[in-house]
Ligand binder design. Structure first.
Ligand code: ADP
Length: 871
């Protein structure tokens, strides 16, 4: 071939070589590069002059992908040079100038010249991308086949016409079909129960829009009619418009769910009449399902709604939502009491929330239960109120209050309870230890009794107790406690499970009670040992108490009197007197003394009975006390004494009268004698005899008055003249006092002249006698409407108040040195009183110590009838 032609051919070749994107280069027998095209240089990153003449194996092919040596002996390209046969390799690694590598498809062909191998031409392609795609494909293939071979998921392909074209073994088993059945033709419709036809269609139609079918629950049906619950889903295989589907058997889950549903049904039937609502909400708190919702919010259908759409009161709806969000965010079940105001009503609910999770363990929503507890709440509130009221009442009663929940070892003690023991609430041990603590506080002598009673209550042998025991107060004083306790709840065996108790500090009452008992005992002892008859009667006159002496005197045991009145004990005559006296006490509410005579059948005895009213704190009379001293003997003695005095005075009167007569005879005989001595002595004798005779007369008068035998010799008297003559006579015997008469009477009265004179003499001589430092005595006569009052006033020592009534008693003389200086026998005033009273008059005294006394007596103008004038 001529050179020019050759060159032309070479250029053409060059052009062809460079227009392809396949890498091409040539080597000689020594593998040295003879030419290389642009695509090859680009892929390898070299320039032409860096490659030509170089050993191409060493340059681009000396290492495997893992950097291990690729020897020339193994190199198929070099083999081509020795064998003359072409080689093709799918995947070889070629190294670039920058030491990076790529996967290449690679082939070599020998150049034969004149029947001899002169070199080789190598072509290659970068297959990195293709390889990558291939790998991905493989991956998908692997995955698919593993899915297909899965023993847990049914995999099947639904064709456009609804036929199942492919299915894995698991799926076929699930629907109880064989590979043969599949080959014969199996439609989706055939394996699906009628009621799921529509949802299947819907889901399949939607796939064109979203390319996938989100999982949903349905059932397949086996040839023998068994239903298989499944979750199915799928994705579009785009080119073929077929659907790659999967099915997960959920029959075991369903089985449990059904069981659950059954028990739920039972549960629901039980609940249907109770105010319970159950619901399901998704995680956005939209209701997806609810039962008995009407009980909660009326007839609204809550599905698809939120609480905000359902509850009138926004605050309550928000609060409810907040709680639900909390359950979701904390992934925890929550139980709360909530208040919901809706349609003008306020209801209280017990809300239980339970978060639900999907299979991935993510929160999917909530299930909840709502129980209407409005009624209970209101009951509880009113209970609380009444409890509060009770607590107030307890506080007001000053009682300490405690509760003991036995098995729970819980309880409560009120502030006051601990205060009774002397402690503040924060000073006492926690409630679980309080029983032990309490035991240490009980006084040792009462511990056994107290604790065993409490134990009895715990064991149910008693249902309550009312106990008194002593405790050690914080100050270590002993205190009396009254303790009431009651088992408010008991278990089946009757043991107390809940005890409530009240404790009162009764120390002061108890002390009072004890001292009362003691003083009662003392009093009873005094009463019983008293020689007096003592009794208490109620206002109806029935005996409440009688003493030993009383029962001894009437010869009856004490209890014979109790509850009886005097009429059933004494003869009517005695009872009448007694009742009359009792009446006076009831009317006057004063202590009074009476002389009463009682008979015990054998003896008749006289008593001085002191009767006194017993008044309560309000001044009401509730009983009459009676204390009688037997004075029979004293009276007898006095009577004997009186008899003696009267006899003695009578006996004395005769000899004295004789002596008087003899003295007068002697005086007459010595009238003319000169011996003055005899005359003088006889005169003195006469006056002493007069005194003696007066004394005896007085004694006789006393006896007469005492025995009511004083007789009056009545007559008309002129009191003015009587007084004038008498005063003149008395004035004649004294120089020390001037007796002044004031006033006069215009009346003539009927009286015993001698006896009135006797009274006047007595009062005037006393006035002089008991006013030794005085110098006058005032006698006043005064006319009144019905009587004449005569008063005798002295300026003497006076009479102390306490003696003013007593001086009119028989033989009474003031037993005081200051007042008893003057001689006397204490008969004058007694006789004067007797005389005046016999005249139906009155006698009394007004006196002030050291100032003097005024004695008054009255004489009635007309009451004394002349009938007594005879005596
Ligand atoms: P007597 O003989 O003791 O005077 P009376 O019966 O006349 O007895 O008096 C009784 C007592 O009353 C006297 O002992 C005296 O203490 C007191 N008494 C009577 N009159 C007066 C008087 N005018 N002033 C003070 N004391 C009097």
């Amino acid at each position: 071939m001529p050179t020019s032609k050759r060159i032309k051919k070479e250029r053409l070749l060059q052009l062809i070589l460079n227009s392809t994107d396949q890498g091409i280069y040539g080597v000689d027998t020594k593998i040295k590069c003879t030419f290389i095209n642009k695509a090859a240089l680009k892929m390898l990153g070299y320039k032409e002059n860096e490659v030509i003449g170089r050993d191409m194996h060493n340059l681009i092919h000396s290492k495997h992908e893992d950097d291990t040596l690729y020897s020339k002996k193994q190199c198929p390209i070099i083999k081509t040079l020795s064998t003359g046969k072409g080689t093709r390799l799918d995947n070889e690694v070629l190294w670039k100038k920058n030491n990076a590598h790529f996967h290449a498809e690679y082939s070599s062909f020998p150049i034969i010249k004149n029947g001899k191998i002169s070199g080789a031409v190598i072509t290659f392609n970068d297959i990195t991308e293709r390889k990558h795609i291939e790998e991905q494909l493989q991956d998908i293939k692997n995955k698919f086949s593993s899915l297909f071979g899965s023993k847990a998921i049914g995999v099947y392909v639904i064709e456009k016409n609804g036929q199942i074209s492919q299915a894995n073994d698991y799926f076929l088993k699930l629907i109880s079909r064989s590979k043969k059945d599949l080959a014969k033709g199996l439609s989706l419709e055939k394996i699906t129960p009628l009621e799921y036809k529509r949802i299947d269609e819907q889901k399949i139609n939607s796939i064109l829009r979203s390319k996938e079918i989100p999982p949903y629950e349905k059932e397949f049906i086996t040839p023998d009619g068994k239903r298989i619950p499944v979750i199915v889903g799928g994705a579009l295989i785009e080119k073929s418009n077929a659907i790659m589907s999967f099915a997960i058997d959920i029959s075991t889950r369903k089985k449990y769910e059904n069981l659950l549903k059954e028990s739920e049904t039972r549960f629901r039937t039980a609940l249907i009449n109770s105010p319970v609502t159950v619901f399901n909400q998704d995680k956005d708190l939209v209701y997806t399902w609810a039962d008995y919702f009407s009980k909660f919010f009326g007839s609204k259908n809550p599905i698809g709604k939120r609480d905000q759409d359902l509850i009138d009161n926004k605050t309550d709806a928000e609060r409810l939502t907040k709680i639900k969000k909390e359950a979701i965010s904390l992934k925890k079940s929550i139980r709360r009491e909530i208040k919901v105001r809706h349609k003008g009503k306020t209801n209280y609910f017990d809300l239980t929330l339970e978060p639900t999770f999907n299979q991935q363990g993510l929160i999917s929503g909530l299930v909840g239960g709502i129980i209407d507890i409005t009624r209970e709440k209101k009951l509880r509130q009113s209970l609380l109120e009444s409890e509060e009221r009770l607590a107030m009442a307890i506080d007001a009663s000053n009682a300490g209050y405690y509760e003991h929940s036995v098995p729970a070892r819980k309880g409560f003690v009120s502030n006051r309870w601990s205060q009774i023991y002397g402690y503040n609430l924060d000073e006492i041990p926690p409630i679980t230890k309080i029983r032990k603590w309490w035991l240490t506080k009980i006084y040792k002598k009462d511990k056994k009794k107290t604790y065993s009673t409490y134990k009895k209550l715990l064991r149910g042998e008693i249902t309550s107790f009312n106990l008194e025991y002593r405790i050690k107060h914080k100050t270590s004083h002993l205190k009396w406690i009254r303790s009431f306790a009651k088992a408010s709840h008991r278990d089946k065996k009757g043991r107390a499970t809940y005890i409530v108790g009240l404790e009162f500090d009764i120390t002061s009452q108890k002390n009072a009670e004890i001292s009362l008992k003691e003083s009662e005992k003392r009093l009873q002892a005094i009463i019983d040992t008293s020689p007096a008859l003592i009794a208490l009667k109620d206002t109806q006159g029935r005996y409440i108490v009688v003493n030993n002496q009383f029962s001894k005197f009437f010869k009856q045991p004490k209890n014979k009197f109790i509850g009886k009145d005097d009429y059933s004990i004494f003869p009517k005559k005695v009872a009448n007197v007694v009742a009359k006296n009792d009446d006076k006490i009831i009317r006057k509410k004063q202590t009074l003394r009476f002389e009463e005579t009682y008979s015990n059948g054998k003896d008749k005895k006289v008593f001085i009975s002191s009767k006194f009213p017993l008044l309560d704190s309000l001044g009401n009379l509730y009983a009459i006390g009676f204390m009688a001293t037997d004075i029979t003997e004293r009276i007898e003695l006095e009577n004997r004494k009186d008899e003696f005095i009267s006899m003695a005075s009578h006996e004395l009167k005769t000899p004295i009268t004789s002596i008087k007569v003899f003295t007068q005879i002697l005086q007459r005989q010595t009238k003319n004698t000169r011996t003055n001595n005899a005359k003088l002595y006889l005169k003195r004798m006469d006056s002493q005899i007069n005194r003696l005779s007066n004394l005896i007369n007085e004694l006789l008068d006393v006896s007469r008055i005492q025995s009511n035998k004083l007789l009056l010799n009545l007559g008309k008297i002129n009191i003015n003249r009587l007084i004038k003559e008498l005063v003149e006579n008395i004035q004649a015997t004294t120089d020390s006092h001037k007796i002044i008469i004031k006033g006069s009477s215009k009346n003539k009265i009927i009286a015993d002249k001698d006896r009135i004179e006797q009274v006047l003499i007595n009062l005037l001589t006393n006035a002089i006698k008991y006013s030794p430092k005085g110098n006058k005595v005032l006698l006043r006569i005064k006319d009144n409407k019905d009587n004449i009052t005569i008063s005798i006033k002295d300026y003497g020592m006076g009479i102390p108040k306490k003696y003013q009534a007593k001086i009119f008693e028989r033989f009474f003389r003031i037993d005081d040195k200051r007042f008893s200086a003057s001689p006397g026998l204490g008969m004058g005033l007694f006789i004067s009183k007797g005389i005046i009273e016999k005249h139906n008059g009155k006698i009394w005294v007004e006196s002030k110590v050291n100032k003097g006394s005024t004695f008054y007596f009255t004489l009635p103008k007309k009451s004394i009838k002349l009938k007594s004038a005879k005596s």
